[in-house]
Design a protein around this ligand. Structure first.
Ligand SMILES: Cc1ncc(COP(=O)(O)O)c(C=O)c1O
Length: 449
């Protein structure tokens, strides 16, 4: 029987939460064993016993914890959240402004998305992503797209494969849907790309074996998932590696789910690519590209030829959002009309912020700063003696008023994620100054108060 981290965490939380009362904000952060734990207002042992295991055993979202932390330090500047600083295209906003009085905006729309948006997306997938056989479902963001896909493809008790450092929300989607066996594989320490060949996959029991073997053994995993380019690593998966992973999945009869949220966020002349086949599902988002985080629009590009897939996806969609917000879908359509060059121009401006923050991480040693080929993230290893990343994040906020994300949230303790998308250059300079000062102090004197 596998010794599962989720079960351990659940037991720990039951024992540890006894008698703890939530704070006035409704969420109280509690620091234990190197982590922040939160409990809901009024929660005691009796109340918790009635809550669903699927929720209790799911990690507390790291962003909720970070927001809580920031509330206590007003002057803190954030390099934490994965956001961009730009708003949606002005032309698109102007057009949508006129639509608010149209009665159709206030009605439900087709579950799978506005027909004109889906048509525009199918053309975009052909033109930009070389995806010619994919059907499209519009969702309330890529996170909801991922949940739809997991609910459609996986059953409780299934196993799935991801690579650390992984995208924390994807991990939580698995936990939440009853997938008890999340197999976490390694990435190459230098490139941070999934290690597909000689890799081993751990089931918290440290079973060492190549991915190919893991995919051929009972219980055969239902899906393998990657983010390209990566969150939290900022590493990009070149097409040959994407094809290799896909081939391994295909041979084993396993789904391959690729999150392309950062498709336009590529630097240094590198090019993002997508692949398609009947076992591949591609996910996309309008959030970062078009500065539409709060409008909540993403989409699933799935193989049209697979019998029943569209119908099952529709069941999930109808029970979660019914449809993505109609006004948001109109903004997505108008933004698509503005075009991807608009996005690429803004993305290129991030190179400067990436460089500023790379320099700020210098106290950790050049060899310990990785990623940043794509997406909006740098990934850095903390000195061995300060491997408690949660504690260091807390200290940096408290003492130096700068916020980053602990690597533990992505299955990689002893690391941190730094986002370079959310601040304009001048603010980024301020954040970088604080971060550098904090890291210099950390390395030299430790976490002095
Ligand atoms: C890899 C990845 N997928 C999905 C999302 C969520 O995107 P959306 O806002 O479209 O739900 C994010 C946001 O940080 C992300 O980094």
């Amino acid at each position: 029987m596998l010794f599962c981290r989720e079960s351990l965490r659940f037991l720990m939380s039951l024992v540890g939460m006894r008698g703890l009362v939530a704070g006035a904000s409704g969420l109280a952060s509690l620091f234990r064993r190197g982590r922040f734990y939160c409990c809901s207002r009024g929660g005691g042992m009796g109340t918790r016993a009635k809550l669903a295991k699927r929720a209790l055993e799911t990690d507390m979202p790291v962003m909720v914890q970070i927001q809580e932390l920031m509330r206590g330090t007003k002057e803190a500047i954030s390099l934490a959240q994965g956001v961009v600083y730009w708003p949606p295209p002005e032309q698109a906003l102007e057009k949508v402004k006129e639509l608010v009085w149209d009665p159709s905006i206030s009605k439900y729309g087709a579950d799978e998305g506005l027909p004109e948006l889906r048509q525009a997306l199918i053309e975009k997938l052909r033109r930009e992503n070389n995806l010619n056989k994919s059907a499209v479902m519009v969702t309330a963001g890529a996170n909801q797209a991922f949940v739809n896909v997991v609910l459609t493809l996986c059953d409780p008790g299934d196993s799935v494969v991801m690579f650390a450092p992984y995208y924390f929300n994807a991990y939580m989607s698995f936990q939440m849907t009853g997938i008890t066996n999340i197999l976490v594989g390694p990435t190459d320490p230098k490139t941070l790309q999934p290690d597909a060949g000689k890799s081993f996959v751990t089931c918290f029991a440290k079973v060492k074996q190549p991915l190919e073997k893991t995919l051929s053994q009972d219980p055969i995993p239902k899906l393998v998932t990657v983010v390209n380019p990566g969150n939290p690593s900022g590493a990009y998966i070149p097409e040959p590696l994407l094809v290799k992973l896909s081939d391994l999945c295909k041979r084993a009869g396993v789904w391959f789910v690729v999150d392309n949220t950062y498709e336009y966020f590529m630097y240094d002349g590198m090019k993002h690519s997508c692949i398609e086949d009947n076992h591949i599902v591609n996910l996309f988002s309008f959030s970062k590209a078009y500065g539409m985080m709060g409008w909540r629009v993403g989409y699933i590009a799935y193989p049209e030829a697979v019998d029943g897939l569209a119908a099952q996806l529709l069941k999930v969609q109808d029970n979660i959002p019914i449809c993505a917000s109609i006004i948001s879908q109109h903004l997505a359509l108008r933004s698509l009309e503005v075009g991807s060059e608009w996005v690429r121009d803004r993305v290129q401006n991030l190179v400067r912020s990436r460089d500023i923050l790379t320099k700020a991480l210098a106290p950790l040693g050049k060899e310990n700063v990785r990623g940043g080929q794509g997406a909006i993230y740098l990934w850095a290893k903390l000195p061995e003696k300060f491997s408690d990343d949660y504690e260091i994040v807390r200290w940096l906020v408290r003492k130096h008023h700068v916020v980053i994300i602990p690597g533990s949230a992505s299955g990689s303790p002893g690391y941190v994620r730094i986002s370079f998308g959310g601040l304009k250059e001048a603010d980024c300079e301020v954040a970088a100054y604080r971060l550098k000062k904090g890291l210099e102090e950390l390395v030299k004197d430790g976490m002095v108060e």
